[in-house]
Design a protein around this ligand. Structure first.
Ligand code: KG4
Ligand code: ZN
Length: 331
């Protein structure tokens, strides 16, 4: 079965083709990040309009790179939520219309299911069950992935996502959007110990996170301080360490609580070197296999949607004629 996957839940337009026999045949992506940078964050209306412009050419490219004609596609899968309502509607309408025109089944996929199953696209795919730490601009969660459709979110952010906290703090430090990578870069020149920020929620039991207070703590810690370049680097260093310490401590708890010995790390913040180093050391110390899927499958992409859709379709699932787009949709 050859499945065309479509992803438009936020600021990435993506199309991919997954073949049940041969694996991933193509995946194409267009990031709108540069367009939104001018506004310091994602502007939903601009995101929707850009998906309209970019999606069909990307679908054509994905088919071309897979060396397939439209009639060779057996089914279409698309991100039905959660995400930006207008952006989701673009992908949903295009997916439903293509499936209608090609007279093939279509299935709406949960975006987080896509992320949780993405590691299965890699050659060294983990076996079920495994733990997943998903840390991106939109989500921060720890989940137990037991099998297809069998997920339990055991920890989540009560407010800002980890990536969002990186981006907002980067903005405070005068760095351009999306500031996460720039802040991480700046942190390398920083000295530990000059500023002290809290490690949120570590004094409480459980696996939930809260990152919005960290940004406020940065404002408070630097109030009245004239920050030169070194000072900004020192703040970046302490902020990054606070996030890493918090994520690490919750992973330690999750491993102890579940007894699972494989941890998959996904999402844009998963690219953070300090976090990777800390988690890798944790894995070595506790005999836990820590996996980082290929970067292009960690961040938003259509390969994971095509794959999750494929798994659902072979279980006999498919949508009717309706167009599904749910901005909020619990997993
Ligand atoms: O998964 P992702 O590409 O997109 C979505 O959230 O949809 O994640 C992007 C987030 C942004 O907040 C970005 O600042 C953050 O991941 N990020 C990083 C790093 N690279 C990307 N945060 C910290 N350190 C990094 N190296
Ligand atoms: Zn995502």
């Amino acid at each position: 079965m050859k499945v065309l996957g479509i992803e438009t839940s936020c600021d990435e337009t993506a199309a991919a083709v997954y073949d049940g026999e041969r694996g991933l045949l193509s995946h194409c992506l267009y990031s709108q990040a540069q367009m939104h940078a001018e506004y310091g964050g994602v502007v939903p209306e601009l995101a929707s309009r850009d998906h309209v412009r970019k999606l069909l050419p990307l679908v054509e490219r994905a088919l071309c790179e897979a060396a397939l004609e439209p009639e060779q596609i057996d089914a279409v899968a698309y991100t039905a939520g959660p995400g930006l309502a207008g952006a989701l509607l673009v992908g949903a309408s295009v997916a439903r219309s293509l499936a209608f025109a090609w007279d093939c089944p279509v299935v709406g996929v949960h975006h987080l299911e896509g992320h949780l199953l993405a590691p299965l696209l890699d050659a060294d795919a983990p076996d079920f069950p495994f733990l997943a730490l998903l840390v991106s601009g939109g989500h921060t969660l720890i989940a137990q992935v037991r099998g297809l459709g069998d997920y339990e979110i055991i920890g989540t952010s009560l407010d800002d996502a980890a990536g969002e906290a990186f981006d907002k703090t980067a903005k405070l430090l005068g760095l351009p959007y999306p500031g996460g990578p720039a802040l991480a870069q700046l942190a390398r020149q920083g000295r530990a110990g000059r500023f002290r920020l809290p490690r949120p929620m570590l004094d409480r039991p459980g696996l939930d996170f809260s990152f919005s207070g960290l940004k406020t703590a940065v404002v408070v810690a630097t109030r009245g301080v004239e920050l030169d370049a070194q000072g900004r680097a020192d703040v970046a260093c302490e902020f990054q360490q606070a996030v890493v310490d918090t994520l690490l401590a919750k992973c330690v708890r999750a491993i102890a609580q579940t007894g699972l010995s494989t941890l998959v790390v996904a999402g844009g913040v998963g690219a953070n070197r300090a976090l990777r180093q800390a988690l890798t050391t944790l894995g070595e110390r506790r005999g836990v296999r820590v996996l980082y899927p290929r970067p292009e499958f960690c961040t938003d992409n259509a390969a994971m949607i095509a794959y999750a859709g494929y798994r659902r379709l072979i279980e006999g699932e498919q949508d009717g004629l309706q167009i599904r787009a749910a901005a909020r949709w619990p997993l």
